[in-house]
Write a protein that binds this ligand. Structure first.
Ligand code: ADP
Length: 401
């Protein structure tokens, strides 16, 4: 089945086309557009290029289109992307203003441009649907909870990929199989008696840490919106809510200014005062910048804080995984996160850590009880496979009716 994964940003449209058949996923083509103001003409252009380059012979060859939708108002999971999904995304747009409207529009446009294709939405929140209520509840009045103030979690496709791949690397096929079938609407598959406890660190432009017990998320550092948890590139991460009213009075900032500063000039950029990119910050710290050093220290401290918390909640830890731009490329951050943990059973291999670059590897010592892996992020692969599985189910349901 030819599956197109459509990635719609606030000003960009990127796509990848895959051939998917059961567990086999073959990459066929990709493309993208920046500074997009008109999604329709980009989508038409992308489809025309795929036909012209003979990757497909007609648009109807695309049997399914998958969307990595961010935050539903009511919906989550992996669902058929129809009008109800579009409505739900628009209702949830206040908390994901950069993501939800483009996806709502993208789904509508693909329904028109690829009428034969099954459209599938995989929500970034889907991976957290089995987390316990106590990990998702904030201590706010019931009316706030009723209005939707709860921990949603994000980066679900990435953490799900880590859950499955880390289980494979650790020889736990039972867990890998369980992860594969998570969104198929069935009961969670049984697993062997020995638990598997993994903490996945997705560290990129936007970062989150997720505790994964037997392939299923128990908790994650992002909350109601992608603003909580670790310091992000230019977004704040965890903050005492009273800081907002405090700076309103103390610095005379308006609500709009506060929102802008928390989402555009905070995080690593806010602390370092010079860049939102860990490459620049590492370079500046090495040249003696104290602000740059404290930005790195805060990031490392925050990652360790969540790794420790989730290890405790899971009753132990078998593996830490690093993924995404910082996780795959920064040997410095990985080293600092894993330092001094021999007492917990983690012996780090600094030589291996320094050698690897954006490729899959184990960077703990041979005899380390807790393993440390680098696993490249592959969110599109997850969307392609989930889209294939749901689209095949839909097609066989139609065939059987
Ligand atoms: P996004 O969240 O935007 O998809 P990525 O996962 O690609 O981003 O991560 C991008 C970030 O990764 C950059 O902002 C930078 O901080 C970090 N990064 C990329 N390459 C390196 C590197 N070689 N060393 C340290 N950090 C890096």
């Amino acid at each position: 089945m030819k599956v197109l994964v459509a990635n719609l940003g606030s000003t960009s449209f990127k796509y990848r086309l895959f051939e998917v058949e059961d567990d086999a996923v073959e990459f066929l083509s990709k493309g993208g557009y920046e500074r997009v103001t008109d999604y329709q003409s980009c989508i038409k252009d992308a489809l025309r290029k795929l036909v012209e380059s003979e990757v497909i012979s007609t648009v109807d060859d695309i049997e399914a289109v998958g969307f990595k939708t961010v935050l539903g108002h009511q919906l989550t999971g992996c669902v058929v992307a129809d009008e109800s999904v579009i409505d739900d995304l628009m209702q949830g747009a206040e908390l994901a203003p950069a993501h939800n409207p483009p996806y709502a529009e993208g789904i509508r446009l693909f329904a028109r441009e690829t009428p034969k294709a099954q459209l599938v939405a995989l929500f970034e929140t889907a991976f957290y649907q089995w987390a316990k209520p106590e990990s998702r509840r904030y201590a706010v009045p019931q009316s706030w909870f009723g209005a939707g103030v709860k921990r949603n979690g994000f980066h679900g496709a990435s953490h799900k990929h880590i859950a499955e791949r880390s289980a494979e690397l650790l020889g736990r096929d039972d867990i890998a199989r369980r992860v594969k079938l998570l969104y198929r609407g069935e009961e969670l598959q049984a697993v062997e008696d020995t638990p598997l406890r993994v903490v996945s660190c997705h560290l990129g432009g936007s970062s989150s840490v997720t505790g994964i017990l037997n392939g299923v998320a128990i908790d994650t550092s992002m909350g109601l919106s992608p603003q909580s948890g670790l310091p992000q590139n230019n977004r704040v991460g965890d903050l005492d809510a009273m800081a907002v009213t405090f700076v309103m009075k103390k610095l005379g900032l308006s609500l709009e200014q506060i929102e802008k500063e928390l989402t555009k000039s905070s995080g690593l950029l806010g602390i370092s005062g010079m860049s939102n990119d860990v490459r620049d910050i590492e370079e500046a710290a090495a040249s003696g910048s104290e602000e740059a050093q404290i930005a790195l220290d805060v990031l490392v401290y925050s990652i360790r804080h969540y790794v420790g918390a989730y290890a405790f909640q899971m009753g132990g830890l078998d593996a830490i995984v690093f993924t995404a731009g910082i996780g795959e490329n920064s040997s410095y951050i990985r080293q600092k996160v894993c330092e001094g943990l021999e007492g917990f059973g983690l012996t780090f291999d600094s030589t291996k850590n320094d050698e690897i670059c954006a490729s899959e590897a184990c960077i703990s010592a041979e005899n380390s009880r807790i393993k440390v892996f680098v696993i490249p992020a592959d969110e599109e692969l997850v969307v392609a496979r989930e889209t294939y599985l749901l689209a095949s189910q839909q097609l066989s349901a139609v065939g059987n009716s």
